[in-house]
Write a protein that binds this ligand. Structure first.
Ligand code: HEM
Length: 328
């Protein structure tokens, strides 16, 4: 995952702009990109096997939970080496594409809650009104708690997980706003603030167009401020404010896991707020520890590690957490 984050952006390494460098031997001074690539390649090749081993080990210990792997393994009649190879690669792809991305969004959510106690309190009241503290949230509550849906949207908008998505290549000559884009150019969609970075003949330049997830004409003032209310009108989701779709990339290679991602992030947000209070940490001297609010850069952005305090809201919340764990 670290390799993906480091190498995923076009232009991260000089060889992206000067492909001839790929022919350097890996021992050549300055060719450490080749050694890094070889190292990351080992992990990429191992990933499908490690994932499949986990599936087989879970089957042996009778702990394989309901999942894509479970469904396939159950259907013994359709099993074949070829299908098992497909399953291996599908599982590895889903893991690679779906794990760190979802973790990043949830880390941003925890940061936002740490920094915005009023928003957290409002969200907890909205959840309590619906589930009356009797149970953990369920997907059937989705439409009944618009404020949680607004928090999910704002998490995706506020700090895009992959601000530059994945570089795309133009398959034929194209034109955009009078600019000729030759076949083979690398085009980078910038979800943060739309610009098109072109690498014709591998030389990059960027055309700023307009702010996207930070567009004040779409999402309102102060786009840097975490504010779920920008998605709401009269307590309901405002249909006039677009879903922060650009967080999931562009064109026909747009993220196919978007619905899974949003469902799992929604469930995490709702469940955490139903039973936990997230507050700023206090150090040994009794001083409140302020999170820096900074993010890492690269293809995949995470909040810089920060301290926070996560505690059950009540004793009843403790029993709900325990019943949730036992129900897994
Ligand atoms: C917050 C969570 C997620 C974010 C922000 C995200 C974002 C993205 C982005 C920006 C791309 C590149 C799209 C492009 O080329 O323009 C992508 C591709 C992809 N995502 Fe996600 N993703 C998330 C979660 C997931 C999950 C949970 C899965 C699977 C269950 C998944 C599976 C994939 C796959 C397979 C691709 C490659 C698609 C292709 O190249 O054709 N993603 N994602």
């Amino acid at each position: 995952m670290a390799g993906l984050a480091a190498a995923g952006n076009a232009g991260s390494f000089l060889v992206d702009s000067f492909p001839v460098l790929q022919y350097l031997p890996s021992w050549f001074p300055g060719a450490d990109f080749k050694r890094k690539a070889a190292d990351w390649n080992l992990s990429v090749k191992a990933m499908p096997h490690v994932t499949m081993k986990f599936v087989h080990d879970s089957m042996d210990s009778d702990t394989l939970s309901h999942s894509i792997a479970y469904k396939y393994m159950e259907e013994k009649s359709v099993r074949s080496p070829e299908k098992e190879e497909i399953l291996r690669n599908v599982l590895a792809t889903l893991y690679a594409a779906g794990s760190d991305t979802t973790v990043s969004a949830l880390s941003s959510f925890l940061l936002a809650m740490t920094q915005n106690p009023d928003i957290q309190r409002k969200a907890q009241e909205a959840i309590d009104d619906v589930i009356e503290c009797h149970r953990l949230p369920e997907f059937s509550d989705y439409k009944s708690i618009p404020y949680i849906n607004a928090i999910l949207k704002e998490v995706l908008r506020w700090r895009a997980v992959t601000p530059l998505a994945v570089p795309h290549s133009v398959s034929r000559d194209d034109e955009h706003r009078g600019y000729h884009i030759p076949k083979g150019s690398i085009v980078v969609g910038n979800a943060w603030c739309v610009s098109v970075v072109l690498l014709p003949s591998r030389l990059a330049f960027s055309l700023p167009i307009r702010a996207m997830l930070n567009d004040i004409s779409v999402y309102g003032e102060n786009p840097d401020v975490f504010n779920p209310d920008r998605f709401l009108k009269d307590g309901n989701i405002n249909p006039d404010i677009p879903h922060p779709q650009e967080a999931f990339g562009f064109g026909r290679r747009i993220c196919p896991g978007q619905e899974v991602a949003e469902a799992s992030i929604w469930m995490n947000i709702a469940s955490i707020l139903a039973v936990f209070d997230v507050t700023k940490a206090v150090d040994d001297n009794g001083h409140v520890v302020e999170p820096s609010g900074e993010f890492t850069s690269g293809m995949l952005c995470h909040p810089v590690p920060f301290e926070c305090d996560i505690r059950p809201r009540t004793m009843h919340a403790v029993s709900l957490i325990q019943s949730g764990i036992h129900g897994l």
